[in-house]
Design a binder for this molecule. Structure first.
Ligand SMILES: NC(=O)c1ccc[n+]([C@@H]2O[C@H](COP(=O)([O-])OP(=O)(O)OC[C@H]3O[C@@H](n4cnc5c(N)ncnc54)[C@H](O)[C@@H]3O)[C@@H](O)[C@H]2O)c1
Length: 411
């Protein structure tokens, strides 16, 4: 169980408490996550520090984080995980790539009510005292640069992007705007305000035509199969240039098919669940002969949070004649973040059928343009760095998704 100490939000004494880690500073009744084993202070006349043996701090008192993409699937979960532990400015344009009411519902869960939100205005969370939100597009370069100058972020986690492989065949402009032009003001802001660590989202899609499994960050990723993958690869290259030129520490994370509660409606698990419950057939591409390294959302956010404090340093042994692709003489690093347990599409569907208690009708279709047949992460460098790697079993993760889906949609 935890320990509660009265305090005045002066968290300087935290280090003196040895193995206990700061979990939260808060001043009023909050809805806390189950499983966090948090003791609530009986009287709330003062602020309280809450400590718990089982929870690790993600940083130190002087950190201030910009988190982009917070209305999105991964950003929302990360904001929730960072919750009480760090001051965070959340940013998202709340675009309509998919149902915006899901994005507003996620934001509401973080304590940002829809009626409070005004474009370009920073608002405070009603749930996490040190979290704020701003609705802002990455295309508003002047406002972004002002935000960086005003807030002096120490760390940036950049997840905002136009995601989705297939959509990049229909709306390429959206990818160049959000992922290419949109990444530049983040790099520029981080450069000019001397951010200590920029973490940004890349994707397993960068491996493209590469068929050497498992995918390793030491393998080539120069043959993307979609514009989406090409923009993410470009982000990695842009980050390297800034790491080299301005000594900006950057970490690129290649996520592998992330799934879980509050997930994206354009992804397979969501679409399949929706269709099965509505007695509609589900599209099964490449006649089911596809494998994906499905990675549970909590494993992804745990890895990002744990990496926050681990800014890369340039590797003095890095050899430019035999360049290792995942590191550099500059403070630059790439990691795969994946479960390392590829699952066949048919097995994935069986698992979902079990959780739903219902059989799926399959519509067997050919391979889709832009898709790869299999993904499989070699996440051993991540495990080496953090001492852990994604481990949630598929059945547990799918069950958590189905539970959330049924509750959220009342089905
Ligand atoms: N979910 C996955 O399986 C997966 C896999 C690999 C990589 N990624 C990457 O991880 C990141 C997060 O993905 P996600 O699944 O949470 O996607 P998401 O679409 O749910 O979230 C992205 C958020 O970014 C915001 N956004 C987009 N363009 C913006 C802009 N120009 N300005 C401000 N905000 C903007 C959107 O409104 C959205 O809320 C993305 O960079 C994505 O490419 C995701």
């Amino acid at each position: 169980m935890g320990i509660i100490l009265p305090c005045n939000q002066d968290i300087a004494n935290v280090k003196a408490l040895g193995k206990l880690f700061l979990l939260a500073v808060f001043s009023r009744e909050e809805r806390l996550r189950g499983g966090d084993k948090i003791l609530l202070a009986p009287k709330r006349k003062k602020n309280y520090l809450i400590f718990n043996h089982s929870v690790t701090t993600y940083g130190h008192p002087t950190m201030k984080v910009l988190l982009t993409g917070s209305a999105g699937f991964i950003g929302f979960h990360l904001a929730e995980r960072l919750g009480f532990s760090l001051p965070v400015v959340n940013l998202d344009s709340i675009n309509d790539y998919y149902d915006v009411s899901l994005k507003y519902a996620r934001l509401a869960q973080l304590g940002f009510a829809r009626e409070q939100i005004r474009a370009g205005e920073l608002i405070s969370s009603r749930r996490f005292p040190e979290q704020r939100f701003i609705q802002l597009s990455l295309s508003n370069k002047a406002a972004l640069s002002e935000l960086f100058a005003q807030e002096s972020f120490t760390h940036v986690i950049h997840l905002a992007a136009q995601a989705g492989v297939r959509y990049s065949l229909e709306q390429p402009d959206s990818y160049s705007e959000s992922n290419l032009s949109g990444f530049l003001p983040i790099l520029e802001g981080a450069r000019h305000t001397k951010v200590q660590h920029l973490i940004y989202a890349s994707t397993s899609s960068v491996y493209g035509l590469n068929e050497t499994l498992p995918f390793s960050t030491s393998h080539s990723s120069d043959h993307p199969l979609s514009l989406y993958a090409a923009t993410k690869k470009a982000n990695e290259l842009m980050a390297h240039a800034y790491s080299h030129l301005f000594a900006l520490p950057t970490t690129g994370l290649r996520f592998f098919t992330v799934y879980g509660p509050w997930g994206r409606p354009d992804m397979a698990l969501f679409k399949f669940t929706q269709a099965i419950l509505a007695n509609q057939p589900i599209p099964v591409f490449n006649e089911g002969k596809l494998k994906r390294d499905f990675t549970f959302i909590d494993d992804i956010t745990a890895a990002i949070a744990a990496l926050l404090n681990k800014a890369p340093e340039g590797d003095p042994r890095w050899d430019p004649r035999h360049p290792e692709l995942s590191s550099s003489s500059a403070p630059y690093r790439l990691f795969n973040v994946g479960a390392s347990q590829p699952v066949g599409l048919r097995d994935f569907i069986s698992c979902l059928e079990q959780c739903l208690g219902k059989k799926a009708q399959l519509e067997l279709l050919p391979m889709q343009a832009g898709d790869v047949a299999a993904t499989w992460a070699d996440a051993s460098p991540l495990a080496q760095e953090l001492g852990f790697s994604p481990s949630t079993p598929l059945a547990k993760g799918v069950e958590a998704f189905v539970r959330w889906y049924r509750h959220y949609y009342g089905v």
